[in-house]
Design a protein around this ligand. Structure first.
Ligand SMILES: [Mn+2]
Length: 351
């Protein structure tokens, strides 16, 4: 077979093989587009779908440090040349899930309710196909509709958030659905109880006393960055996962990129010095995936602040590692929430 080019028709591109990162339409991992609709996903057997939610109207960061609306595009651009095979877990994540790029969910820059409705609809379509939605924001307010889609489809849902902030203000800037009010809104769902919520990686200086009070009153567990330094990432994330998976049938996972130190993640909107290292984050991704994944979102990535693209690359590797570990969990045939790590499921060895 020979593909001819419109301007250099004699060149046989199929024979040459492209593989170049800088040609074609930049989708996530250069994957084909499939719309986020249940029928399309089922007919093409897609079991995980990348979706952009390019909305940053839920935060004041768009005034003093904007750019999370460009998160999906930045992640696609930084991912086009990456390989699909994780050798440590012997998994090609594209083959395993028939992973595809679902494009960007329509959002309105001036109407947060319309935006939430749109995101919840698309994420719901993916969940109804039995696929894993991987939603990339946008600011942290895009997590409300993602969590709502999960919460309305399961009897009891755990919540694991990796974040430097507490996001537990009843309202901020006179609004109930900003990037700072996640937990008060989540517990309004009957299926989400505070005892199954864990926040990992808290540090910094951007928390109001009122938020701390709310979390104490509701018994939401916060794991500080200091505890990670004292006990190590494995022990802390394992405790957090034990909590969020206790008695639930699904877990909603959100990774706010500002949990990571700016040395590894400069491209984020509300950075706090003293965060997770890249290796701690990737270790967390493996532990999270090794229990089973229902859904994943990655928020607050702002590529405009990082021309080196190390931020987008780390966020991409978080997704890849979590998906590879979840494939390991699927192959192990453990129940949702049971850990491949603590159950001693072996990984492939290359002696
Ligand atoms: Mn945050």
């Amino acid at each position: 077979m020979s593909d001819t080019h419109p301007t250099t028709g004699s060149v046989d591109f199929a024979a040459v093989g492209s593989g170049a990162a800088m040609e074609g339409i930049p989708t996530f991992l250069s994957l084909p587009f499939v719309p986020p609709r249940t029928a399309d996903l089922l007919s093409q057997n897609v079991r995980a779908l990348f979706l952009g939610a390019p909305y940053e109207g839920g935060t004041i960061s768009h005034i003093f440090r904007p750019g999370s609306g460009q998160g999906p595009r930045g992640m696609r651009l930084a991912s086009t040349h990456l390989k699909h095979y994780n050798w440590e877990l012997d998994t090609n994540i594209v083959d395993h899930y028939n992973l595809r790029d679902g494009g960007d969910i329509p959002v309105s820059p001036v109407d947060s309710q319309l935006t939430r409705d749109s995101i919840e609809f698309s994420v719901g379509e993916v969940l109804d196909a039995g696929a894993i939605p991987i939603v990339v924001g946008g600011d942290h307010s895009v997590s409300y509709p993602c969590a709502a889609a999960v919460a309305k489809r399961h009897a009891r849902v755990g919540v694991l958030v990796i974040d430097s902030h507490l996001d537990s203000a009843e309202e901020a800037y006179g609004h109930r659905f900003t990037h700072a009010s996640l937990y008060p809104r989540l517990v309004e769902h009957e299926s989400i109880v505070p005892q199954n919520i864990a926040i990992v990686g808290q540090h910094g200086n951007s928390v109001r006393q009122k938020e701390v009070n709310w979390l104490r009153e509701h018994d939401v567990k916060v794991y500080f960055q200091n505890e990670i330094w004292d006990r190590g990432i494995d022990a802390v994330v394992t405790d957090a996962l034990d909590r969020v998976w206790d008695g639930v049938d699904a877990v909603y996972v959100s990774f706010d990129t500002d949990a990571v130190d700016a040395a590894y993640m400069p491209g984020t909107c509300s950075s706090e010095p003293g965060g997770l290292t890249a290796r701690e984050l990737l270790r967390a991704a493996r532990l999270v995936g090794a229990r089973g994944l229902t859904q994943l979102d990655v928020v607050e990535l702002a590529p405009v602040w990082d021309p080196s693209q190390i931020s987008a690359r780390l966020a991409i590797y978080f997704i890849i590692n979590a998906l590879a570990a979840n494939a390991w969990h699927e192959r192990s045939q453990l129940a949702p929430g049971q850990s491949c790590v603590s159950s001693g499921v072996e990984t492939p060895t290359f002696d």
